[in-house]
Write a protein that binds this ligand. Structure first.
Ligand code: SF4
Ligand code: SF4
Length: 224
């Protein structure tokens, strides 16, 4: 028996990118976040693959170079009084079918070398119940179903995918820590308690006028 998870390259997870969704209660989370001045830029049904800002930049560059239609949506953002920018913490893909999946039957990922961490983590997904978090393998993945009747050591079988999933969580935590630190040091002054729906409309105006930046730019003092 194969001792490591083997992807069948069926591309189901690339054609239905909300496969990797974390199960979230958007209303409760949205209200909690708004108190801190953080907003979700996409509705739950539109939340798919998470993209960190560095991943977004590489994919943007690749898409522009090869004329690929790529319109991701900011996943978490802040509206900042100091820089008068919408500060973006991370993105979500914004397409049900990933635009980086080659359009033929080979199921080739055009960005294999730098594909997002979340893609590397799949079929590992996160289940949060009563504030307890657990990693599971998604039963929507045929590669997982194929091994269902086999005895596996979960940690070792999904070693690579778990490592990617843990890196996703670590990076996400670093981003939120960065946000809290910038706030504590009064480097940003987020507008709190906007109705989350209004915040999304306001974000649209900032995007249209180009008044957006990445949280890393604020951290590195490189906001123009
Ligand atoms: S991870 Fe699963 S769903 Fe995605 S391509 Fe591989 S076998 Fe298919
Ligand atoms: S980036 Fe590659 S692996 Fe990830 S969803 Fe797109 S085609 Fe699939």
């Amino acid at each position: 028996m194969n001792k490591k998870f083997e992807c069948l390259r069926c591309a189901l997870c690339c054609k239905n990118t909300n496969f990797s969704n974390v199960n979230i209660d958007q209303k409760t989370i949205g209200e909690k976040l708004a108190k801190k001045g953080l907003y979700l830029g996409a509705k739950k049904s539109k939340i798919g693959i998470l993209l960190f800002n560095d991943e977004f930049k590489k994919l943007r560059e690749f898409a522009d170079k090869y004329g690929i239609d790529f319109h991701p949506v900011p996943l978490f953002f802040v509206i900042d009084r100091i820089s008068e920018n919408a500060i973006i913490l991370c993105w979500t893909l914004g397409h049900k079918v990933c635009p980086f999946l080659k359009k033929n039957d080979d199921h080739i990922c055009l960005v294999e070398e730098f594909k997002p961490l979340v893609c590397r983590a799949f079929p590992i997904i996160k289940n949060i119940k009563d504030t307890k978090m657990k990693y599971l393998s998604s039963r929507r993945c045929p590669g997982v179903l194929k091994t269902e009747n086999q005895e596996i050591d979960f940690t070792s079988f999904y070693e690579n995918e778990l490592e990617a999933a843990e890196t996703v969580d670590k990076k996400m935590q670093e981003i939120f820590n960065c946000f809290s630190k910038l706030k504590e040091k009064n480097r940003i002054d987020p507008i709190c308690q906007i109705n989350p729906n209004d915040a999304v409309k306001i974000l649209g105006d900032y995007l249209t006028s180009g008044k957006t930046c990445f949280i890393e730019d604020v951290e590195n003092d490189s906001v123009i």
